[in-house]
Ligand binder design. Structure first.
Ligand SMILES: Nc1ncnc2c1ncn2[C@@H]1O[C@H](COP(=O)(O)OP(=O)(O)OP(=O)(O)O)[C@@H](O)[C@H]1O
Length: 322
């Protein structure tokens, strides 16, 4: 049985009285120790999905359908009292670096101790030892434990957030753009650190990013999200060579091959649909270079193709007519 099984998950926001679906029937599984990367343009619903799975959605967002089976429980159905003991211990989240998940009025040590104490740990000496180990794991000198968040750089704060998310050895960590707001050098160093941690640790992760390059480095499999839906899931090994969905192909073109002689970065012409008025057919049809009449009329079914999943009437096409 997979560690996590998300099926037909839907999230609705009630925006100025008009509800709209930001996540529209997302399904995937995650095995023990597996990393899934979720990529897509801004606004496609990646963070909403991460917040829905970890049950951190706030008004006006709510889960309007589907299941999130995790360790034999449907997280979508649990109330706060049932979720509380699972937070940190069974699953945790690393927020976008700009979001400052750390409490500004508590020292780093206190934030770790609070998480430990909420789960029954009392022994100060053991806690101090564990905090030292965790900080070293994310390459922070343990003497910073007694500092306040504002005394740390952005990169250090994000490293502390990662250590905090790992503090109680949860089975699942959701990372929502963990390095996006940081400068490139710090980003690289944190990604290297995450790569090392994933080799050493036995946790699964949902790694959300608009940066396909980073996702390909870290993830076992990649889900490509567009207009609230998964367009494709494929192993990170094969998606580069054999993208099935035209949106995936278009995204790949946005990432230059660093070995290429002439680097040309293409954008994807057009913009994603207004989620308040989703189109009848495939949401990518208006921007798709391989579009056919059927695509405009009929939403493709999300189906299995070999070891991958794709929502396209013509997966893997190399040509087409407008
Ligand atoms: N609190 C909210 N109230 C209403 N609509 C929201 C809210 N949060 C997000 N949305 C809308 O839901 C959709 C999905 O947004 P979401 O932030 O999940 O996308 P994203 O892919 O994570 O984008 P980004 O990479 O920019 O964070 C967007 O249309 C967004 O405007």
């Amino acid at each position: 049985m997979p560690l996590l099984e998300v099926s037909q998950l839907q999230v609705e926001y009630a925006s100025q009285g008009v509800p709209f679906q930001a996540v529209r029937g997302v399904s995937f599984t995650l095995e023990d120790g597996e990393f899934i990367g979720i990529v897509g343009e801004s606004g496609c619903g990646k963070s909403t999905l991460g917040f829905a799975i970890t049950r951190l959605l706030r008004d006006p967002g709510h889960i309007s359908g589907g299941r999130v089976l995790f360790m034999d429980k449907d997280l979508a159905q649990l109330d706060d009292a049932a979720l509380q003991p699972m937070r940190w211990a069974d699953f945790s989240i690393v927020m976008q670096s700009g979001m400052n998940a750390l409490n500004p009025v508590l020292t780093i040590r206190r934030q770790f101790e609070d998480a430990f104490q909420a789960h029954g740990f009392r022994n100060k000496r053991e806690m101090a030892e564990r905090i030292r180990t965790l900080l070293r794991m994310v390459k922070i000198d343990p003497q910073f434990a007694d500092r306040y968040p504002h005394e740390l750089s952005g990169g250090m704060k994000q490293r502390v957030s990662i250590a905090l998310a790992m503090a109680l050895s949860p089975k699942l960590i959701v990372m929502d753009e963990p390095t996006t707001a940081l400068d490139v050098v710090v980003q690289r160093s944190i990604i290297q650190n995450l790569k090392q941690l994933r080799r050493e640790k036995t946790f699964s992760a949902i790694f959300i990013s608009h940066d396909l390059g980073t996702v390909l480095e870290l993830a076992d499999k990649v889900a490509v999200m567009y207009a609230g839906q998964f367009m494709e899931i494929q192993s990170a090994r094969s998606i580069l060579e054999h993208p099935l969905h035209p949106y995936t192909k278009a995204l790949l073109k946005c990432f230059p091959d660093p070995m290429a002689e002439h680097i040309e970065i293409a954008g994807i012409p057009g913009s994603p649909p207004d989620m308040k008025r989703p189109p009848k057919g495939c949401p990518f049809a208006p921007r798709c270079e391989f579009v056919q009449d059927r695509c405009r009329d009929e939403m493709p079914e999300y189906r299995r193709v070999g070891d991958s999943y794709v929502a396209c009437h013509f997966p893997g096409v190399e040509g087409g007519s407008k």
